[in-house]
Design a protein around this ligand. Structure first.
Ligand SMILES: Nc1nc2c(c(=O)[nH]1)N[C@H]1C(S)=C(S)[C@@H](COP(=O)(O)OP(=O)(O)OC[C@H]3O[C@@H](n4cnc5c(=O)[nH]c(N)nc54)[C@H](O)[C@@H]3O)O[C@H]1N2
Ligand SMILES: Nc1nc2c(c(=O)[nH]1)N[C@H]1C(S)=C(S)[C@@H](COP(=O)(O)OP(=O)(O)OC[C@H]3O[C@@H](n4cnc5c(=O)[nH]c(N)nc54)[C@H](O)[C@@H]3O)O[C@H]1N2
Ligand SMILES: [Mo]
Length: 675
């Protein structure tokens, strides 16, 4: 039996290290790796389920070809690659390379994902997506204000006198953070959760405040006004480090009474939170990504961030605004947003882009050339993208779709050819984190199952068949040794990082600041923290100051319930729910509805209900619950259609105010018992 140190490559804050024991090409056990100071207790239930996932009988391990009668038949990998190469050649010849959509999701992280980009570049380009379904409004808000996106080391939370968890649910989405929150609480820290839902995180807090979804900006700006009018700010901090304080302060018009009306949070509670923020020094804010999935998401994050700034809670132990920590995200172009965002004229010449949020409508509307084919990798857009029926229609109009997948997802089911995707244990890679300091090596520890080929090998073989011109630095020869050499070359230049160091376990990124902005350097145009941001207006057309912009939720009358589609502990979006171990520990997916809203509609727990609006409808089971407030209903995203999920059938494709994110949580629905 052999034991390796490895890292979970899922799109998740924690990026846990763990040890994996392998015997006869099978996972024997998964154990914690304590030396990662952010995740010493090891992975969550999903990480532990990897032994089932890697060897699951439901895994796709051979290529599948759609036949004339619509079913799939197994073909061998050479045959599959021949068909794909022929089709790509003829499509490119007839319509040009942009008739192909190259769609990549967030299913696995790692440097080897770059090899796909290199392939499509040497192919002559493709249509790709811009923006991101996940977190960009908040990233951009923090970047505009602080110049970069980083925060203190996860364990520094223990030094906080108060922790304000604002629209984040770490008890499900970042459970390793809960250990630090718990020890802060033991040391006397006040834990406040601000979330419309009574989440499992709220169960561990001292106080839960539940604003109407989408109104947090008003709450924050009313608190800012209390801080300023009550003389509760850190004046010397503001003087030294803040740009635009006077404009900000002069512009604060939302009173505590206004905020009570808008948010539903009683005025005295709003005043109490202001007091805690002012006196609880140091205070750490933990704003989540769910919070910014609103049309006003960017301005909301700027408004909340102003509270940390006004009270001098930046650049100190126990303090900060922990949205995301891109310190170890050194390889990712997200650090350079322009490579993600469209910039007509300046955009990379090889690609044409459509909005990730508006995927379906974008695919249907592009011309010259129209889309004819799609290559889908690491994503499940038929479940995760807004406006499922538009996405489905756009997919159905294509003449050729390749989906590289591990399981028969809703998206895989639409494919003409499914190529079996690698499992995380079948290829070496390097993985960074958006929460902890570490860069980590993920070694190949299993031989691929069946005819599985990592994407890098798929691209290599296709590039050969298509006689593409490329550099071996970009598309390496297959074989894990070659991949490791490629990784070694790729990280050269980060002098303090070598593959050999990484092989011994997680390495904090060179130059890591345990206390982010401890040097008080801000890479903004003014060199200061920008409460007033001219760039915000120039780049995005929003007001230069944080402001509360109500969501214009049309037709509230017909569709009165706010539809929240959060993440859940036992899945990462649409992954893991198909595994037996996960099924055995998860409740049957159901729509949570408040007792009052249920009784208005004669709905009982266990009833089948129709959730509908002008975008679409789904049917599911109802569960009456005090965890959602009156006026909102909630069901996790990521549930496959065949399990009664498909929440994005109800989500209209609206972008956030900045960053080109998706405003998932602005959707309004009505719910009705199905008779
Ligand atoms: N187990 C698990 N962990 C995950 C993931 C997963 O799917 N499963 N996904 C990973 C990824 S990719 C992401 S993006 C992160 C997301 O991590 P989180 O942001 O923690 O998760 P979400 O469930 O998206 O949203 C958090 C909370 O925002 C609340 N919320 C929604 N709208 C509002 C609002 O207007 N105001 C306030 N105050 N709160 C609001 C929701 O009720 C929800 O409880 O988690 C990562 N970790
Ligand atoms: N309504 C609603 N919708 C949402 C959200 C929400 O809050 N509400 N959250 C959004 C957010 S934050 C995110 S990040 C997105 C996530 O949406 P996606 O990026 O689509 O991610 P997943 O659902 O995790 O699906 C990833 C797929 O990749 C596959 N996969 C895993 N490993 C590999 C591999 O090595 N190679 C290949 N080729 N495939 C692999 C998995 O089997 C899985 O089917 O969803 C978004 N959608
Ligand atoms: Mo995400």
């Amino acid at each position: 039996m052999e034991e390796f140190i490895t890292v979970c490559p899922r799109n998740c804050y924690s990026t846990c290290s763990f040890k994996v024991q392998i015997e006869n090409n099978r996972i024997h056990r998964i154990l914690p790796y304590k030396e990662n100071l952010a995740t010493p207790e090891g992975p969550c239930i999903k990480g532990l389920s990897y032994s089932e996932r890697a060897h699951s009988p439901h895994r796709i391990i051979h290529p599948l070809l759609r036949t004339a009668d619509g079913s799939f038949k197994q073909i061998d990998i050479d045959h599959a690659l021949d068909i794909i190469a022929d089709k790509l050649t003829s499509l490119k010849r007839t319509y040009g390379p942009h008739c192909i959509l190259w769609y990549k999701g967030s299913g696995i992280s790692g440097l080897t994902n770059e090899i796909g980009d290199a392939f499509w570049r040497s192919f002559g380009g493709a249509t790709t997506t811009y923006g991101n379904l996940c977190w960009p409004a908040g990233l951009e808000a923090v970047r505009l204000t602080l110049g970069s996106v980083k925060h203190n080391a996860p364990w520094d939370l223990e030094n906080a006198a108060a922790i304000i968890i604002w629209g984040k649910n770490p008890a499900e989405t970042n459970i390793q953070e809960m250990a630090f929150i718990a020890s802060a609480r033991e040391k006397g820290s006040r834990i406040i959760v601000i979330d419309p839902r009574r989440t499992p995180t709220a169960d561990k807090a001292d106080m839960l405040i539940s604003p109407v979804p989408g109104t947090d900006g008003a709450l924050a700006l009313a608190i800012a006004r209390i801080l300023i009018t009550g003389n509760l700010t850190d004046k010397s901090f503001i003087e030294k480090y803040v740009y635009g304080f006077n404009e900000f302060s002069d512009n604060l018009s939302i009173t505590v009474e206004d905020a009570e009306n808008i948010t539903g949070v009683p005025a005295e509670i709003i005043t109490e939170i202001a007091g805690i923020i002012a006196s609880g020094k140091p205070v750490t804010f933990l704003p989540g990504f769910g919070l910014q999935r609103h049309k006003n998401g960017g301005q909301t994050i700027r408004s909340i961030l102003s509270l940390a700034i006004l009270t001098g809670n930046i650049g100190k132990p126990g303090a900060g605004f922990n949205y995301a920590n891109l310190q170890s995200y050194i390889f990712d172009p997200l650090k350079e947003p322009l490579s993600y965002y469209p910039d007509p004229g300046k955009d990379l010449p090889f690609r044409r882009v459509i909005s990730m949020t508006k995927l379906g409508r974008g695919m249907l509307s592009v011309r010259n050339p129209e889309l004819k084919a799609a290559w889908i990798e690491r994503g499940n857009p038929l479940v995760q993208s807004p406006d499922t029926s538009a996405v489905r229609e756009a997919f159905s109009k294509l003449e050729f779709k390749v989906v590289v997948e591990q399981f028969m997802t809703d998206t895989a089911m639409t494919a003409d050819i499914i190529l079996p995707a690698k499992d995380m244990f079948e290829q070496s890679d390097i993985v960074s984190s958006y929460w902890s300091p570490y860069v980590q090596f993920k070694p190949a520890v299993l031989q691929p199952e069946g005819e599985v080929m990592p994407e890098s090998a798929i691209y290599y073989h296709l590039a050969g068949r298509l006689s593409l011109q490329y550099d071996s630095d970009q598309i390496p020869e297959p074989g894990n040794q070659n991949i490791e050499k490629w990784l070694e070359r790729r990280i050269r230049g980060f002098s303090a990082l070598t593959l050999n160091d990484l092989r011994n376990g997680p390495v904090p990124v060179p130059g890591y600041q345990v206390i982010a902005y401890g040097d008080m350097k801000f890479e903004t145009p003014s060199g200061k923290i920008e409460l007033f941001s001219a760039s915000a207006t120039l780049k995005w057309g929003i007001a230069p100051l944080p402001e509360y912009v109500p969501d214009n939720q049309e037709d509230k009358h017909r569709y009165p319930l706010i539809f929240i589609t959060p993440n859940t502990s036992s899945r990462i979006h649409s992954q893991f729910g198909n595994l037996d171990i996960i099924k055995s520990v998860s409740a049957v997916p159901a729509l949570e509805i408040s007792p009052a809203d249920a009784s208005d509609r004669n709905i009982l727990s266990g009833d089948i209900v129709k959730i509908f609006n002008n975008v679409g409808e789904i049917k599911t089971i109802a569960r009456i619950s005090n965890r959602v407030p009156r006026g909102s209903v909630a069901i996790p995203n990521g549930i496959w259609t065949n399990e009664g999920g498909g929440v994005n059938s109800l989500v209209s494709p609206e972008e956030t105010d900045i960053g080109y994110g998706a405003a998932f949580h602005d959707s309004m629905v009505e719910v009705m018992k199905v008779i």
